[in-house]
Design a protein around this ligand. Structure first.
Ligand SMILES: Cc1cc2nc3c(=O)[nH]c(=O)nc-3n(C[C@H](O)[C@H](O)[C@H](O)COP(=O)(O)OP(=O)(O)OC[C@H]3O[C@@H](n4cnc5c(N)ncnc54)[C@H](O)[C@@H]3O)c2cc1C
Length: 351
């Protein structure tokens, strides 16, 4: 059977594109080709290592603000309709800043975040200038991508092929391919035919910790650090403690000194951590697929062997926001090829 839509990459960004298309009845037209699939672990596969939550960690440029808003609205709906299976949850959140954040960012968040409040100065931790509370989304990242994988494969008939591509052109190997989505994350820097030099990794280290008494999300944004506590839905009381944002660092090693720093900062920010049984289970590191100027969501064309033009939609460079902004990026990536997508026959939704 021909598969006119090919998605390269099975991280949250590629899976989100597939989800939006499958929900519209195009699942059986999609093939996802990826070196790593949900369930795999590798330092070259970022999605399983994410915290993950929705937060103000993202940029303040118009793209980031828009993708966050669309992403939040989609994720809230997903949490309401299918939160248990998808391992995502609505969670009370408190975010603090050491320095005043840009007003455009806060105004944008205030517009759409549920239960948004600016906190009185007296309620802020020592040294913080500003703080907000709202209802956020927390995600069990490794289980969420496995949920999407099963949903796409079993319910929507998406085909998955595990394979590393040497170049982007080979995604067009089948003559019936009409559109290729490039969702290769950090791979976009080296994948032949893309080779985007603006891409770079931003390393993070996190601690998977058991602390069943913690039910809220807490973040502190410093000048050169990020400290966060993220409850992990459907994990039997685990939380994620973080973290680090090391621009240009590409090692997958973990360091005891960084684990100590995370423990010191998170227990300082949320002393309740120490008021119950808390056990550090493991340290992990992951590489956020960052890009100078922000993520690239763009329709382009590529000259194929034989002179034909292929339609190539880039969708990569989500940095530290692939889970919160991924569905926003996906809806715009799909929007760039609406003319081609809407000419394909659709199946009725199966959900
Ligand atoms: C410690 C940490 C904490 C984070 N916390 C959060 C958070 O709280 N909230 C949030 O929104 N985000 C968070 N993130 C960021 C988030 O994890 C990323 O933005 C997201 O995972 C990026 O997804 P991706 O699909 O672009 O990349 P990936 O998950 O890396 O997927 C890339 C895919 O492309 C495939 N691929 C690449 N090259 C090729 C090739 N040549 N041929 C075939 N396949 C190829 C790979 O095999 C893989 O399937 C965090 C990240 C880290 C590291």
């Amino acid at each position: 059977m021909s598969r006119p839509i090919v998605i390269v990459g099975a991280g949250v960004i590629g899976l989100d594109v597939a989800l939006l298309l499958a929900e519209r009845g195009y699942g059986r037209h999609i093939e996802i080709v990826a070196e790593h699939l949900p369930g795999d672990t590798s330092i070259n596969y970022t999605s399983p290592w994410a915290g993950a939550n929705f937060s103000a960690i993202s940029g303040g440029d118009p793209n980031a603000l828009r993708w966050d808003k669309i992403g939040y609205q989609h994720m809230m709906r997903l949490a309401e309709d299918r939160g248990t299976e998808a391992c995502i949850s609505k969670t009370p959140s408190f975010e603090y800043w050491d320095e005043m954040p840009a007003s455009g960012k806060i105004d944008s968040m205030a517009e759409y975040l549920q239960d948004f409040k600016i906190l009185p100065k007296a309620d802020l931790p020592e040294g913080c200038q500003f703080g907000v509370s709202f209802t956020t989304i927390t995600v069990n990242a490794p289980r969420y991508i496995q949920y999407l994988y099963q949903l796409l494969k079993v319910t929507y008939g998406v085909k998955f092929v595990q394979k590393r591509l040497a170049d982007i052109e080979s995604a067009f190997r089948d003559p019936s391919t009409k559109i290729v989505f490039n969702c290769t994350g950090n791979g976009a820097r080296t994948l032949k035919g893309v080779e985007d030099e603006k891409c770079y990794p931003t390393r993070g280290q996190i601690l998977l910790t058991r602390a069943p008494h913690i039910a809220k999300n807490v973040m502190r944004h410093g000048k050169d650090y990020e400290t966060y506590i993220i409850p992990r839905p459907r994990s039997n009381g685990n939380i994620i403690l973080g973290g680090f944002m090391q621009k240009g660092v590409g090692t997958g090693d973990t360091f005891a000194s960084e684990s100590e720093s995370i423990l010191k900062r998170t227990t300082g920010l949320l002393p309740e951590l120490l008021q119950g049984d808390m056990e550090v289970l493991a340290a992990f590191s992951g590489l956020r697929p960052s890009r100078e100027g922000g993520a690239r969501v763009q329709r382009t064309s590529i000259k194929l062997d034989g002179g034909k033009e292929g339609v190539l939609v880039h969708n990569y460079g989500a940095g530290g926001t692939g889970f919160q902004a991924g569905l926003g990026m996906a809806s715009e990536a799909v929007g760039t090829v609406e003319d081609l997508v809407s000419s394909l026959p659709r199946e009725k939704s199966r959900l």
